[in-house]
Write a protein that binds this ligand. Structure first.
Ligand code: HEC
Length: 154
C-alpha cells in the first residue's frame, strides 16, 4: 500500500516537473512569428497554385482537389498559429497588427469563415464542379482579403 502510494506520488512529481519543463520551453516571439508566417505561406502557395490551375494557366487539373484539400487543412492550423500574442516583441518582421489579439473574437470569426469557404471549395473540387469552383475561389479569396484588410499593416 505504502509502496503503491509512493510510486503514485513520484509519478505526480514527475508529471509536474515535465509541465514546468514545458512552460520553461515557451516559444520565443521570433519563432512564433516565423511559424505563423510559414503556415500562412503554405496557405498562400496553395491558393496561388489553385488559381493558376483554375485559370487554365497550367495543365495540372488533377492537382486542383489536393490543393483545395490542403487549403482546408491549413486553415485549421492558421488560428492556432496566431494564438501567441507577439505585439511589440521580437525582431522578426511582421505585418500582424495589435488588433489581432485586441479583437481576437473577430479574428477568430475571420479564420472560421476561411475554414468554411475552404471546406466548400474542397468538396466542389472533389466533385469536379468546375463552374461552382470558380465562384467559390472568389468567395474564399474574399475571406483572405477581409482579414488582411483588418488585421495587417499595409
Ligand atoms: C483571420 C485572418 C486571416 C485570414 C482569414 C487569412 N490570413 Fe493571411 N495573414 C493574416 C495575418 C495577420 C498575416 C500577417 C502575419 C505576420 O506577418 O506575422 C497574414 C499573412 C499572410 C501571408 C504572408 C506570409 C509571410 O510570409 O509573411 C500570406 C501569403 C497570406 N497571409 C495568405 C493568405 C491567404 C491566401 C488567405 C486565404 C486563403 C489568408 N491568408 C487568410 C491573417 C489572415
Amino acid at each position: 500500500m505504502t509502496r503503491k502510494l509512493t510510486a503514485f506520488t513520484l509519478a505526480g512529481v514527475l508529471a509536474a516537473l515535465s509541465l514546468v519543463g514545458l512552460a520553461a520551453a515557451e516559444t520565443s516571439p521570433d519563432n512564433a512569428i516565423k511559424y505563423r508566417k510559414a503556415v500562412m505561406s503554405v496557405v498562400g502557395g496553395n491558393m496561388s497554385a489553385l488559381v493558376m490551375i483554375a485559370k487554365g494557366e497550367v495543365e495540372h487539373a488533377a492537382a486542383l482537389a489536393p490543393h483545395a484539400q490542403m487549403l482546408a487543412e491549413t486553415s485549421e492550423l492558421s488560428l492556432a498559429a496566431f494564438r501567441q500574442n507577439t505585439d511589440g516583441q521580437g525582431r522578426e518582421k511582421t505585418t500582424a497588427i495589435a488588433k489581432v489579439w485586441g479583437d481576437w473574437d473577430d479574428f477568430e470569426k475571420g479564420m472560421e469563415a476561411f475554414t468554411e469557404e475552404a471546406n466548400k471549395l474542397a468538396s466542389m473540387a472533389e466533385a469536379g464542379d468546375m463552374d461552382g469552383l470558380r465562384s467559390q475561389i472568389g468567395a474564399l479569396g474574399k475571406t483572405c482579403k477581409d482579414c488582411h484588410d483588418d488585421f495587417r499593416s499595409k
